[in-house]
Design a protein around this ligand. Structure first.
Ligand code: CS2
Length: 322
């Protein structure tokens, strides 16, 4: 009868839908700061691919580049509130717990090849523990970054050349301390606002690693890369801890393993990319300026140390001796 037919076809339709697109059990929304051609985005695209495949569609990811979904600070709040699930972050977490400052403390780590020793050692462990406790975030991978350099429209070879230069810094207290001590005017601002602020002249300078300078298109609005190399740092790919705890153990395992694989993948991309981006910046007309690094370091070191709590001073001294 017609009724049976209708019933059967509805059933078939339902079955069909089900086999085609199973509803994911977990939809992970990720806010990224960088654009699609940065190694962090590419790493996350890889993470998404392996995660969806290995979980057989039980986990799905959505990636939003260029702070489209949220600026870094907002993303951290939204993850905690379980509105979104993942992002990349590092020293900005100092706003939640102080030891995060060491992810990006100016003139502390000078040789990037030493970085892993900090990340995998007692410092990294403390950061990861406090990240869970105080910010509700779980580190699932860490990404290396090249040293941060200052970009500007006049060459800066020595701190004396700064002379009140208005420089954008991320929302990280130690960056404000550093650039104030050096004689500039630091202005904390979200990353996605930097390009237009440089263009309009609200700010005159910014500082970031080569890959980020290139990715954000700063060559269009900045002429010089002053090779200050003032920060050697890393960031974490993070997941909301509450969201992570809601996953069953089998998915947690897949998730953490995929995180490790993403880290190795990014590492490879980073190594291949670091030289290439410098050539690209030069090809876009940026001029690289050698600076008196020692003068920079000496002018701000004391102020940085003094801004730390007594507990952090102990860690600082321990790291210096290592
Ligand atoms: C970025 C950030 O905003 C920026 O300039 O380079 O990744 C910055 O390093 C962070 O705020 C880290 O938490």
């Amino acid at each position: 009868t017609a009724k049976t037919f209708l019933l059967l076809s509805t059933f078939a339709l339902l079955l069909n839908c089900k086999s085609k697109a199973p509803e994911p059990e977990f939809l992970l929304r990720t806010a990224l700061l960088v654009k699609e051609d940065h190694t962090w985005y590419k790493a996350f695209a890889y993470f998404k691919e392996i995660l969806e495949e290995r979980s057989k569609g039980r986990i799905k990811m959505q990636l939003y580049p260029s702070e489209q979904l949220a600026k870094e600070i907002e993303a951290l709040r939204m993850i905690k509130a379980e509105v979104i699930d993942m992002t990349t972050t590092g020293s900005t977490l100092t706003n939640w717990f102080e030891v995060a400052t060491f992810c990006e403390l100016p003139f502390l780590i000078e040789d990037p090849s030493n970085m892993e020793q900090y990340i995998d050692g007692p410092l990294g462990r403390q950061i990861e523990e406090e990240m869970i406790e105080k910010a509700g975030l779980r580190a699932v991978a860490h990404f290396q970054r090249g040293p941060r350099h200052l970009t500007s429209n006049r060459p800066i070879k020595h701190p004396d050349d700064l002379n009140g230069l208005i420089i954008r810094v991320p929302n990280v207290p130690s960056f404000v301390t550093t650039w104030e001590a050096l004689g500039a005017k630091p202005t904390p601002m979200a990353f996605s606002e930097v390009f237009t602020s440089l263009q309009s002249g609200t700010i005159e300078a910014q500082e970031n690693p080569f890959a980020m300078i290139n990715n954000a298109g700063f060559a269009e609005v900045q002429q010089y890369v002053n090779l200050t190399g003032h920060v050697v740092s890393w960031v974490y790919a993070v997941m909301g801890e509450k969201q992570f705890q809601k996953m069953p153990p089998d998915l947690q395992e897949i998730f953490l393993q995929a995180g490790k694989d993403m880290q190795a993948y990014e590492r490879q991309l980073f190594m291949e990319n670091e030289k290439k981006v410098q050539d690209e910046l030069k090809a876009k007309g940026m001029e690289f300026i050698e600076v008196d690094k020692k003068a920079f370091k000496e002018k701000c070191e004391k102020a940085i140390y003094e801004s730390l709590s007594s507990e952090m001073k102990k860690i600082y001294n321990r790291l210096k001796d290592e």
